[in-house]
Design a protein around this ligand. Sequence first.
Ligand code: AMP
Ligand code: MG
Length: 407
Amino acid sequence: MLTVDEARARVLEVIHPIEPVESLVGDALEKVLADDLLASHPLPRFDNSAMDGYAVVAADVATASGSDPVVLELAGEVRAGQPADQEVLPGTAIRIMTGAPVPEGADAIVPVEDTEESGERVSVVAPTEPGRHVRPAGDDLASGDVLVRAGIELGPGELALLASTGMSPLRVRERPRVAILVTGDELVPPEATPGPGHIRDSNSVALRTLVTEAGGAPIPFPPIPDERESVVAEFRRAAKLADLVISSGGVAVGRYDFVKEVVEELGQIDLWRVAMQPGKPVVLGSVESTPFLGLPGNPVSIHVGFEQFVRPAIRKMRGCRFLLRPTIEARLTETIHKSPGRLHFVRVRLRFDGGEWFAAPTGGQGSHVQSSLVECSGVARFEREESELKAGSSVVVEVWKLPQVEA
Ligand code: AMP
Ligand code: MG
């Protein structure tokens, strides 16, 4: 049986980025940049004032003070958005607004607060030095500097910089289409009252939201009964509509588990079963040349398998530079046991206390224990060969969500 890391490497080998498209910069939130973008001009483009005040020759007012002000002749005004068409000569000053271009001849800005204007004169009551309150051209970025690297998910900070530098439209990757197939005769919608032996279909909700959070566009399908012909028909339909097909259930060795054999018939299986718990019977393959990832039906297996394989696959399709969750080291709050052989993913709640992270297992760890996913921060890795982790020992936690803090 493959290890989780081996299996993930196989998944990422067969998954490829989708085609990029053009997007206006203002519409590109959470899209992934397809190219390294370089500045085509310096930023700021021109020397400009950081304050409302007066553009001066610094040497004129180097010794100005409240008791010995320097009086300059007011030679004009420059506002934001205007060219600076006058020169500042020694002994003169030009009134200037924040963001306005610094006129020729001036090498410092004296803030309004350090001046007193009367008629055609301005008294400066505090000293300055060359460069003070001037934002020089290229102070932020020089022409040719990297603005944002390919593979970065665009957030407000990146987008504003790309807007400032005229990078619109730009090439991005949007959400890959992910068809979600859940199988099982026992499934009824969350809104229905289950009959005898029925259960509510929670995996459709889990997978639809997990796909959305990972940056995919879910294509939901109604639950498929455990009949071979229905499984064939729905897998065919899904493969045509989607960039990736994922499924829940029907991949173990039960008599009515048809997913594996149907995938074999319609495409191929590249991998089956991974040395992990929960979620061992994972399938990687393709259906009519659309990549396919099948997860077992247990609700916790869905989450854990999704995190280990589907999320990195979706991120690779989006062209993301970083595919995996961050990990942190935390101190385990209680002793836990297992038998050696498989990597266990222990759901934990993280808490930061006294400069350290603590990881508390979220109760029962069976693959059907859905309450273990409530307020869950991620999973602690309980490695294959290990059988005991003592309270107080250090564990590696794959972080899904850091807890927020109280006001
Ligand atoms: P399977 O992998 O099909 O053998 O299913 C394993 C377990 O997961 C069974 O207890 C199923 O009832 C349960 N299960 C399968 N599909 C779903 C679903 N869509 N929502 C909730 N539980 C499910
Ligand atoms: Mg089933």
